[in-house]
Design a protein around this ligand. Structure first.
Ligand code: NCD
Length: 316
């Protein structure tokens, strides 16, 4: 296997648009660097001295935006945060290309979230600096999948041979689209898809991951499969992607993980959620040692720090 640091040279000045860019050696190297940053944060405090990250969010965000901003600054870098585009020239009607081209003149990397699939790719074509996709509509959310995989790896010691149950709005959820694809890098992974009527995982993604070695099944209810799951990954119904409020209300609240549901789960499994939750996991589950969603929050900053380091610096 390639030496981890050298392996990361392949990410230097690269756009990060999809999980499909990552090979297993890339993931191992990135996770190894993430662990080093967690263990020795002081050793990385000047890694990005003088480097500037712009973060422009055309959609709501708490964790993704703040963790990117924190990560860049914890490594010594500076930030241009545009997390409310209504106060930028976007509100004057400026095109995406012109906005991104402008930010590219001031920064070493640009992080973008946008409601349209393909917007991150369009942004990458508009500038000479690397662009990181922080979520493009119902498309992809590659850095969330990286932190999700890192969380499974840290909490369970391995990702091979795991059964992962994805619950919720699998049609619109970009986190599950990216995570399902990323899991194809691992051996003998089984995915259970559990979605309300009409919100199933899109067939093209399901076929793509099956063609790449993932065994998958569907279930109507999380309680049918929770006892066989190493990971249960719950997502919210993506309200903002529905045509009408009636359509949303028809499926909202149709599944909730409670302590009673968790009684059916194994002792060595983990319960994950990208957050925000809006009722899919009862707060009474939070004290359960299997609840890993706030571990995801913490790890997210470190995984993004490792990625920002790899994109902006060559391994030393
Ligand atoms: C997710 C997103 O934006 O796709 N949030 C996140 O980045 N942690 C999940 C969601 O909004 O449901």
């Amino acid at each position: 296997m390639a030496e981890p640091q050298n392996q990361l040279a392949s990410l230097y000045r690269q756009d990060i648009l999809s999980v499909d860019q990552f090979s297993r050696p890339d993931l191992e190297a990135l996770f190894s660097l993430t662990e080093q940053i967690i263990k020795h944060p002081g050793g990385f405090a000047h890694r990005l001295d003088g480097a500037i990250m712009s973060a422009i969010f055309y959609e709501a965000s708490t964790r993704t935006s703040s963790s990117f901003l924190a990560a860049q600054q914890r490594l010594g870098g500076g930030v241009i945060p545009i997390t409310g585009v209504q106060y930028s020239s976007v509100s004057k009607g400026e095109t995406l290309d012109d906005t991104i081209r402008t930010l590219g003149e001031y920064s070493d990397v640009i992080v973008i979230r946008h409601p349209e699939v393909g917007a991150a790719r369009q942004a990458a074509d508009a500038t000479h600096v690397p662009v990181i996709n922080a979520g493009d509509g119902i498309g992809e959310h590659p850095t969330q999948a990286l932190l999700d995989a890192f969380t499974i790896y840290e909490k369970l010691g391995n990702i091979d041979d795991k059964t992962v149950t994805m619950v919720g709005d699998l049609k619109h959820g970009r986190t599950v689209h990216s995570l399902a694809r990323l899991l194809t890098n691992y051996d003998n992974v089984h995915i259970n898809f559990v979605a309300p009527e009409g919100l199933q995982m899109p067939n093209d993604i399901r076929k793509e991951v099956e063609d790449r070695g993932i065994a998958s099944t569907s279930a109507d209810n999380v309680t049918d499969v929770i006892g066989d799951s190493d990971v249960v990954y719950v997502t919210r119904v993506q309200k903002e992607r529905f045509e009408s409020d009636e359509e949303y209300q028809a499926v909202n609240g149709s599944y909730t993980v409670t302590p009673e549901v968790m009684e059916k789960a194994r002792h060595d499994m983990i319960l994950m959620h990208p957050l925000p939750r809006v009722g899919e996991i009862a707060t009474s589950v939070d004290s359960d040692p299997r609840a890993a969603y706030f571990d995801q929050v913490r790890f997210g900053m470190y995984v993004r720090a490792a990625l920002l380091s790899a994109v902006q610096t060559l391994p030393n």
